[in-house]
Design a protein around this ligand. Structure first.
Ligand code: MG
Ligand code: MG
Length: 259
């Protein structure tokens, strides 16, 4: 069942998602070679609680932390660890969730650590652009397949591959609501988009082949070929004439522009 949100609920979702954006902005301040992923997690948890929310992922399905931190060949769902230190040249996806006033926020950004190889930087750039190509299709009257097609075709034109096993989702009083929002698909196929649908669009795009496996830690999803992967996510409200992006990269990009 798909829960449509009214204007008031969309504002509550915006508040929760805005806090995710601010938390990602905090991460941009702290990401550097030598910091552990558990330290980033600690900073994020404190920041979220200081702003009157609770971490959305902590305990969700048994997940042990506030952030999913996925480095290099880790696609998503990486577990922060005290002995996992970022190093020069890494790329790190930080996926953050919040629960505020009963509504979830969910957004992710992939960061560069120091100097990153040009081919990997391009993967990040194209994946972020693909997210916005998908968002352009989050319009009432179009279909879920239009979003997936837009993401997939853009990434594949650039020589990358789209992870199939994990998909975007509805967001509301639950973090993962219907419908599923795949990053692949056919134009004109799937659930029809309606005003008031709130969905997370989250391309997970690999530099090499699309195949992934689950690490023995029970959470981390990694590329089979060991090549890097990128992940960008926004939560958006479907509108009559276009999408309303409820999460924000503004805080991240303000920090990054200072570097
Ligand atoms: Mg997420
Ligand atoms: Mg999500």
């Amino acid at each position: 069942m798909i829960f449509l949100k009214n204007a008031e609920e969309i504002e509550l979702l915006r508040e929760s998602n805005l806090l995710v954006g601010k938390t990602l902005g905090e991460m941009a301040k702290h990401i550097r070679p030598g910091i552990s992923t558990l330290e980033l997690d600690r900073i994020a948890e404190e920041f979220i609680r200081d702003h009157g929310a609770v971490p959305g992922f902590l305990g969700y399905g048994g997940f042990p932390n506030t952030l999913c931190i996925s480095v290099n060949d880790a696609v998503v769902h990486g577990i922060p660890a005290a002995d996992c230190f970022l190093k020069e040249g890494d790329v790190v996806s930080i996926d953050c969730g919040t629960l505020m006033n009963g509504y979830y926020g969910d957004s992710a950004y992939t960061f560069e650590v120091g100097e990153v190889k040009e081919e990997v930087r391009k993967l990040l750039r194209v994946t972020k652009e693909a997210l916005y190509k998908g968002i352009e299709k989050a319009v009432a009257g179009l279909r879920i397949g239009d979003i997936g097609y837009a993401v997939q075709s853009y990434c594949e034109e650039n020589g990358y591959s789209v992870v199939r096993e994990l998909v975007g989702h509805g967001v509301g009083r639950d973090m993962h609501e219907e419908p599923q929002v795949p990053n692949y698909g056919r134009r004109g196929q799937g659930v029809k988009l309606a005003e008031g649908m709130v969905i997370a669009i989250e391309p997970m795009i690999n530099l090499g082949k699309r195949y992934v496996f689950q690490d023995s830690d029970g959470w981390t999803v990694r590329t089979r070929d060991g090549m890097p992967s990128a992940h960008f996510e926004h939560t958006v409200a479907v509108g009559k004439h276009g999408a309303d992006i409820l999460s924000s990269f503004e805080f991240v990009e303000k920090e990054l522009s200072r570097l």
